[in-house]
Write a protein that binds this ligand. Structure first.
Ligand SMILES: NC(=O)C1=CN([C@@H]2O[C@H](COP(=O)(O)OP(=O)(O)OC[C@H]3O[C@@H](n4cnc5c(N)ncnc54)[C@H](O)[C@@H]3O)[C@@H](O)[C@H]2O)[C@@H](O)CC1
Ligand SMILES: [K+]
Length: 458
């Protein structure tokens, strides 16, 4: 699992400060940042006339460097500034640019827009008048490129403060990914995100991006039980559990039992069992409870049996309405829970902060791995580690896709000991399956794609 680091604004500033303490000047970093953006802009826009918007501080400073470097490549560059430079390095970069600078309000539309108004220092939403000018110029441009982050988004939680902002074609993240590149609504504005190495060493981070997992193919000594035995507990609505069980099979679990419900059908290789006796089988590596469970007395009995079995648990859907953080905390083996926003709030209450903060607090509260699902899925471990998924296709917003994810989580949990790593592998497979399925997918289509995306992980 690659797990590229994601740095908050403060963490990026600390990395930058450590680099400067090691002897690299701030101006050098700004030059590297500007050079990286100029190179990306050149490649993307092939030298078309370019408007660079520069803010008052260091993001704006990067902008002046971009303008200078594009001019050196022969590009027709116009610079428009939101006020005078208010940091020493931005001022130096403007002096080095040396060309004309017009006020933002007078900026002419050009084919390429480079937005260097605000970066990781943004503390509040853009002034409505500034946002309106930005949106207008972006709308008139053919190519829109954001320096570090789109101006007007909050770096650490991806908020846009309710302001309408442009959608960019590319965002050049300086030094490392930031939460805003992955959290909504900001992530949807970024376009393609390119991380530019500006020579700032980035330590291992508690916050990472979910990368493609490594899922070794079975060896000669493997058999169906070593491949992972998964028990999926069914209930009132058998279809959901069937989706989950099939996903687990397709993701490589060697033996999948669908137990406790009345469901029939599925692949011939799926084993159907009455009741929950399978939970006493010591070969069971992971138990999934929740999809199609229902919320009646039968559902509670099934859940109680699951909670008592001592096997690694994955809890989803209806099961999340019937447990509490205290019950999860009491489990001998940490569970994985997979709530969407509504289930999350029902289970953990209204927690403060970003999705990262909330998922992390919930995981600590319940001492389990929390997969907070959505357009920006966030996974948190009880020890404080958090991983964020790349944006997944919005076509996933359809019935049954959560059941498929739950089955994938169970299959991964059955073969990967670390529940945090297992959850990440499953979320990656789910997103990749959705990419492969394409437009207007239904949950069943994901099942057909799982084998293909698992093969890509070997
Ligand atoms: N992190 C790094 O290693 C590097 C960062 N650099 C650049 O520096 C940027 C951060 O620069 P700064 O911290 O100077 O901050 P910004 O350039 O992001 O500007 C934010 C500042 O503007 C003011 N402000 C905040 N919100 C505002 C609003 N809505 N309207 C008007 N004014 C507002 C505040 O005074 C705040 O300090 C990064 O995004 C990046 O572009 C690069 O120059 C070099 C390397
Ligand atoms: K920017």
């Amino acid at each position: 699992m690659s797990g590229r680091p994601i740095l908050t604004a403060a963490a990026m500033r600390a990395a930058e400060a450590a680099c400067m303490a090691g002897g690299t000047g701030a101006g050098v970093l700004m030059d590297r940042a500007g050079a990286a953006v100029a190179k990306a802009t050149w490649r993307f826009a092939a030298g078309a006339p370019t408007l660079v918007l520069c803010g008052p501080r260091n993001n704006g400073g990067d902008g002046y460097v971009v303008a200078r470097m594009l001019r050196e490549r022969g590009v027709d560059v116009t610079v428009a500034a939101l006020g005078e430079p208010r940091s020493a390095h931005a001022l130096a970069a403007r002096v080095a640019w040396g060309g004309p600078v017009v006020a933002l309000d007078d900026a002419p539309a050009r084919a390429v827009l480079v937005d260097a108004l605000f970066g990781t220092g943004l503390a509040r939403g853009l002034e409505p008048a500034v946002a309106a000018v930005l949106v207008g110029l972006a709308g008139a441009a053919r190519v829109r490129i954001a320096v570090d982050v789109p101006s007007g988004v909050a770096t650490d939680d991806g908020a846009t403060f309710g302001t309408a902002l442009p959608i960019y074609d590319m965002t050049v993240a300086l030094g490392a990914l930031k939460p805003a590149h992955r959290l909504q609504p900001a992530a949807a504005l970024c376009g393609r995100v390119v991380v530019a190495d500006i020579g700032v060493p980035v330590e291992a981070s508690e916050l990472t991006a979910i990368g493609r997992p490594s899922l070794p193919a079975p060896g000669a000594e493997d058999h169906k039980y070593t491949r992972g035995m998964v028990a999926v507990l069914s209930g009132a609505m058998g279809g959901a559990a069937l989706l989950a069980a099939t996903a687990a099979q397709r993701a490589g679990a060697g033996y999948v039992v669908l137990a406790g419900g009345s469901s029939v059908g599925g692949l011939h290789a799926l084993v159907h069992r009455q009741g929950t006796e399978v939970l006493a089988d010591s070969r069971v590596d992971a138990v999934l409870c929740g999809p199609g469970l229902g919320r009646g007395a039968g559902a509670e009995r099934t859940l109680v049996a699951a909670l008592a079995c001592g096997r690694p648990l994955v809890l989803d859907a209806d099961a999340l309405r019937l447990v509490s953080p205290a019950v999860l905390r009491g489990l001998a083996v940490p569970a994985i829970v997979t709530p969407h926003a509504g289930e999350f709030e029902h289970l953990f209450g209204t927690l403060p902060g970003s999705r990262i903060d909330r998922a992390r607090a919930a995981a600590a509260m319940a001492q389990c791995v929390v997969v907070l699902k959505g357009a920006d899925t966030v996974i948190a471990a009880p020890d404080g580690r958090v991983a964020i998924a790349d944006p997944a296709p919005a076509w996933l917003a359809t019935a049954g896709t959560g059941d498929v994810l739950a089955g994938l989580v169970a299959a991964m949990r059955a073969r990967i000991d670390d529940p945090f790593a297992a959850a990440q592998a499953a979320v990656w497979l789910h997103g990749a399956a959705a990419e492969a399925a394409g437009a207007v997918l239904v949950a069943d289509d994901l099942l057909d794609m799982i084998r293909k995306v698992v093969s890509a992980c070997q």
